[in-house]
Design a protein around this ligand. Structure first.
Ligand code: MG
Ligand code: ZN
Length: 220
């Protein structure tokens, strides 16, 4: 019996051309955000801690501006709409697994027919004086990475014996998940990680590349 295909697709830098968190920080440029990014990259703090600290630099008084900028600035990568339809036609389960934030992800995905429950992200509160990031999808007992939004916890919940697990991603939030799956579609930093660790991967520039490869390869 062949396996069922399931895709875990990143959002920032994957579905969108650029990383929206970085774009927000660059645009509003609150003092100290670059040092936090460096500490995430050199792993002296976790992704969860770093993302939380960065957004805490932004006052909620600028909420409307920040939300409008994030949504207006993002560009959806070529072929994504077709890809969503392709997955539907082929009965491939498509989950959006994002380390990004709800206030830009849901509006940007609204034009596409993706069920709400298939979208995993961090959440946010604008109740206090600064933006507070909330973590409804934290790491399970098997993950010590303190991801914030834990992709490996979600991937592990789909049995490897039953599912052909496929990840699509670009950067640090995909590193741990990529180590678990059958197939990796990678761009940017995720390509470098695969090269360093000797993992097989398919590079992609757009979602047409991914569809072509999925068509070419029979289900495992
Ligand atoms: Mg990303
Ligand atoms: Zn985790």
């Amino acid at each position: 019996m062949s396996k069922e295909r399931i895709i875990f697709c990143d959002f920032d830098g994957t579905i969108t051309v650029n990383d929206n968190i970085v774009a927000i920080m660059k645009h509003f440029n609150p003092a100290g955000w670059e040092a936090i990014v460096e500490r995430i990259l050199d792993k002296s703090i976790s992704i969860r801690q770093g993302v939380g600290e960065m957004f805490a630099l932004l006052p909620t008084s600028r909420k409307d501006e920040i939300v409008a900028y994030a949504i207006g600035n993002a560009v959806i990568r070529d072929g994504f709409g077709e890809f969503v339809n392709y997955c539907k036609e082929q009965n491939i389960k498509l989950l959006i697994t994002s380390g990004g934030i709800d206030f830009f992800i849901y509006p940007l995905l609204k034009p596409f027919p993706i069920p709400h429950e298939n979208i995993y992200s961090n959440a946010s509160s604008f109740e206090g004086s600064v933006i507070e990031i909330l973590w409804p999808n934290k790491c399970d007992e098997h993950c010590q990475t303190d991801c914030g939004m834990c992709k490996t916890s979600i991937i592990r919940s789909y049995d490897a014996n039953r599912y052909e697990r496929i990840i699509i991603g670009d950067s640090i939030t995909d590193f741990e998940g990529a180590k678990l799956v059958d197939t990796i579609f990678a761009r940017s930093h995720l390509v470098d990680m695969c090269e360093q660790l000797g993992y097989a991967y398919y590079p992609f520039d757009n979602f047409f590349d991914i569809m072509k490869q999925l068509e070419a390869e029979p289900v495992a």
